[in-house]
Design a binder for this molecule. Structure first.
Ligand code: SF4
Ligand code: SF4
Length: 425
């Protein structure tokens, strides 16, 4: 038995079913990422992590657990990583992006639940994802109804802390969220035995801001008229950012950016001069969901920006540094997380349409694809307002709905190609 199999067995995973996933992933990865010669050389790190996605990082987490550290599994960009790091905890994102896990999720959830939730629950119940086995605590949040109820099921055999997210940004909402952060801070400190201090909070804020700056630098490169990196590669970096060690991730993203900035200086582009530039907005694209990027980019366009939680919403806005008290640090976290993330769970949520219009201009896009996961009522409904606003601004927009299956891939391709033709005219 190889090292990975031994670890997976020790984690109580269903080895037989998991082997089926391991067999399917390399082909899926190869089809999307290894068909282009234009990827930056510095993507080597991210390809290596992706190629051994259930081996490399899980093994590190298990080693850290042996030293007594605790792993916190999170599902949403509202959960502040800084709080976990400040208590010497480790964060790993847990959102599932594969159809492989969906049927298992459907054994307990209504079929008309979004695939991200079904896959996440299926990955845990089916014992086919090491990250879900390793986490000492899950941290949920009250964003959408599907997640709220799914957390009750997920929390049956793993400690679950729920952060109650207000659905507005009024002063009383800000106060409520800072209370939630304080509560979570207590919980995290209790689990790790190392409560956060002002010093550890300020340190973790710095670490996360450096990560945000590196990701912002990556996105800045994508604004150039010569696009130095494909949307597929950029998406893979974002997806890995959710579970990798933050300091190593920052170093690796900056390494990619050095190469991209050189490419920009050399006038090198991964896309044809007349390739339509596309911004994607909508629901998150959890690993290994590369479907829509692959369809768009194999149809002759290039994705230059994602306004979603595996895109700009993850890194935009820094947390104020060098706070003078724990209370001030909590206020700074509240401002960044509640004040600046524009998720469709808020009502009203005009900031998101403003963001999309601003980003469409900054990235000089030819069109926007508003992509929603099937059965996500929040983003589907908000799509009406977003698409109307984009039309008012004269920005072409195509609304698409999909899930994790490949059954609609050809239909999506037809619609994307028609849209690309339309915006090329
Ligand atoms: S879309 Fe909303 S609920 Fe989903 S991960 Fe992003 S912030 Fe959280
Ligand atoms: S995509 Fe929509 S339904 Fe699914 S978890 Fe996110 S907010 Fe909830």
């Amino acid at each position: 038995m190889d090292k990975n199999h031994q670890m997976w067995q020790d984690l109580g995973m269903d080895l037989e079913t998991h082997d089926q996933l391991c067999e399917a992933l390399p082909a899926a990865f190869g089809d999307v990422f290894l068909t282009s010669n234009d990827s930056p050389d510095t993507m080597d790190y991210f390809y290596a992590v992706a190629a051994d996605i259930h081996g490399l990082r899980p093994a590190e987490l298990v080693e850290e657990q042996k030293k007594g550290r605790k792993i916190f599994g999170t599902f949403c960009v509202f959960v502040p990583d800084e709080v976990i790091l400040a208590s010497d905890g480790i964060v790993t994102g847990l959102c599932g992006g594969s159809q492989f896990w969906v049927p298992e999720g459907e054994t307990v959830l209504p079929a008309n639940t979004c695939p991200l939730i079904k896959a996440s629950v299926g990955a845990r119940l089916g014992r086919t994802c090491p990250f879900f086995r390793i986490a000492d605590m899950f941290v949920g949040e009250t964003t959408c109804d599907g997640k709220k109820k799914a957390y009750e099921i997920l929390g049956e055999d793993v400690p679950m802390h729920i952060m109650h997210l207000p659905h507005g940004k009024r002063p009383q909402d800000m106060q409520a969220w800072s209370d939630e952060i304080r509560l979570f801070m207590d919980q995290a400190g209790e689990l790790t035995g190392k409560p956060a201090t002002l010093e550890t909070l300020n340190d973790s804020i710095r670490i996360m801001n450096e990560k945000r700056r590196a990701l912002a630098r990556l996105y800045e490169c994508r604004k150039n008229e010569n696009v130095p990196i494909s949307g597929r590669d950029a998406l893979l970096i974002m997806q890995i950012a959710f579970f990798d060690d933050p300091e190593r991730l920052t170093a690796q993203v900056n390494r990619v950016c050095d190469e991209l900035e050189q490419r920009i200086a050399d006038g090198k582009s991964v896309a044809a001069k007349d390739a339509p530039r596309i911004l994607i907005t909508g629901t998150p694209l959890a690993v290994p969901n590369w479907k829509i990027h692959n369809i768009i980019e194999s149809s002759g366009a290039v994705v230059v920006c994602e306004e979603n939680c595996t895109g700009t919403r993850y890194f935009t806005h820094e947390v104020a540094e060098d706070n003078k008290s724990v209370e001030e640090a909590i206020d700074a976290l509240t401002d960044r997380y509640l004040g600046n993330i524009n998720c469709a769970c808020f009502t009203p949520n005009p900031g998101r349409a403003d963001d999309i219009v601003r980003l469409a201009k900054e990235y000089d896009v030819d069109g926007v694809i508003d992509l929603n996961l099937k059965f996500c009522n929040l983003y589907d409904t908000e799509g009406y307002l977003v698409e109307r606003r984009l039309s008012d601004e004269g920005i072409p927009v195509l609304g698409l709905e999909t899930d994790y299956t490949d059954s609609d891939a050809e239909q999506l391709r037809t619609r994307v190609e028609a849209f690309l033709e339309m915006i090329a005219d």
